[in-house]
Design a protein around this ligand. Structure first.
Ligand SMILES: Cc1cc2nc3c(=O)[nH]c(=O)nc-3n(C[C@H](O)[C@H](O)[C@H](O)COP(=O)(O)OP(=O)(O)OC[C@H]3O[C@@H](n4cnc5c(N)ncnc54)[C@H](O)[C@@H]3O)c2cc1C
Length: 396
């Protein structure tokens, strides 16, 4: 008799590896009060094989030994792709190549119902929906099972996701005794993922405020440059909004680390020992080590962790401007320690459960008129190409 996974808070990343691995489909994912998914085992069906618990990345915390570690600042040369990417477009470099080789790329999309989920795409055109960060915990659904199928049929696969999702996939494939030779994994540097339910409520809230259905949403548009990236919403009624209090509430609470999954506050992946072939993120702090290469159009931090990752990077590096760096110069919280909250998370959750989105937005995400004006001004200066001069005058 083996133990099964259990749905307690703090002991589950919500990666769904357990559900995918269960040989008799006895595990169902259910949302908790704040919208995160947890596994529930049907005890009538369960045969106590223990596979779910053995596969769980939370219950089997393990340090990965990175085979190699090379660190770069990277910006894709294709200007259009760079402008559509959140950071320096590192993801697109690898994704384009895997598609060109006839492979399948798995990543995160925001569907027409504004639901954030992992999907697999097979064409260059479809890669567009995976571009851009969606600051919501993505639903991995049955993608691990889909990936297993592709690998079994000899098709190259690129999987990109949060470190816990990559680790979940690694363990799922191990449990299925599937070689990962033709799988390339990219983990997205992550300090925490916010609740899908809070996101859904936010969408309803802004749809009410702007009297229209949300058509598209950019969590980080570069309209005021990469370093000042801001959320941008377009509605079916033609309204285009970016610098209002209502639009800014969701990410304000995310930046205060109030709306994150409980496991994000106690997560083992904030380390240089990575579970993927390649790690990508924003190269924050570039101005301290190489200010001359920062044109505010976007720069990726890229960490090559394995020989397979190195081979993949060698294939695509000519498509990017690449600068060597090191652990000291790229250091940021997500690589060294857990998310720290700016506020009382318990009170935040209680308020949300009792009073709903509008209440928490008012209480925890208030912005002064001054800060909204500042965004407007930065956007105008950026468009007029006057932002660098202005920053110099202010000594920033
Ligand atoms: C919730 C979250 C927290 C993050 N925290 C940090 C951080 O603390 N420090 C840092 O340097 N970078 C962080 N990032 C990463 C950063 O925002 C960019 O996603 C990353 O640099 C990739 O940018 P790009 O220009 O290469 O490609 P883009 O085209 O902009 O990125 C697309 C890639 O991100 C993936 N992606 C998008 N949304 C999600 C999601 N919800 N879950 C999993 N994968 C997703 C896509 O599948 C694709 O692989 C975070 C991203 C997310 C989604």
């Amino acid at each position: 008799m083996f133990e099964c996974v259990n749905p307690q808070e703090n002991v589950c990343f919500g990666c769904r590896a357990c559900e995918n691995v269960c040989p008799i489909s006895a595990i169902m994912m259910q949302q908790d009060d704040i919208g995160f998914l947890y596994p529930h085992v049907d005890q009538q069906k369960c045969v106590r094989c223990g596979l779910c618990a053995k596969t769980c990345p939370m219950l089997n915390s393990q340090k990965y030994d990175t085979e190699t570690q090379e660190i770069y600042a990277v910006a894709i040369k294709d200007k259009e792709l760079l402008s559509k990417s959140t950071s320096g477009g590192a993801f697109s470099l690898f994704a384009n190549d895997v598609i060109a080789q006839g492979g399948v790329v798995f990543g995160v999309t925001l569907d027409e119902n504004m639901f954030v989920k992992h999907i697999g795409v097979e064409t260059q055109e479809d890669l567009a929906v995976l571009r851009g960060s969606k600051y919501v915990q993505s639903d991995t659904g049955d993608v691990y099972t889909q990936i297993l199928y592709h690998l079994q049929s000899g098709r190259k696969v690129l999987f990109s996701g949060m470190p816990c999702q990559v680790d979940g996939l690694n363990r799922f494939l191990d449990a299925k005794k599937q070689s990962a030779e033709i799988l390339l994994t990219i983990d997205i540097l992550c300090h925490g993922v916010p609740s899908p339910k809070i996101w859904k409520d936010y969408v309803s809230c802004i749809e009410e405020v702007y009297h229209g259905k949300l058509k598209s949403f950019k969590f980080r548009s570069k309209m005021a440059g990469w370093e000042n990236s801001i959320e941008y919403a377009e509605f079916e009624n033609g309204k285009k909004v970016y610098n209002t209090h209502a639009i800014r509430t969701y990410l304000t609470m995310f930046h205060k680390n109030l709306s994150l999954r409980p496991s994000c506050y106690a997560c083992d992946y904030h380390t240089y020992q990575r579970c993927s072939d390649i790690t990508i993120g924003d190269f924050w702090g570039i101005d301290k080590s190489m200010p001359e290469i920062n044109d505010n159009k976007g720069l990726s931090l890229m960490i090559v962790n394995t020989k397979k990752g190195k081979e993949a990077f060698d294939r695509v590096s000519s498509g990017a401007v690449v600068h060597s760096s090191n652990a000291k110069n790229c250091e940021q919280r997500a690589l060294i320690c857990n998310a720290k909250t700016k506020g009382d998370v318990d009170a935040f959750r209680k308020d949300y459960a009792e009073h709903g989105y509008a209440y928490i937005a008012q209480k925890y995400a208030t912005r002064s008129n001054g800060s909204l004006m500042k965004i407007k001004m930065i956007t105008v200066l950026y468009k007029l190409k006057l932002l660098p001069t202005f920053k110099k005058i202010l000594g920033k």
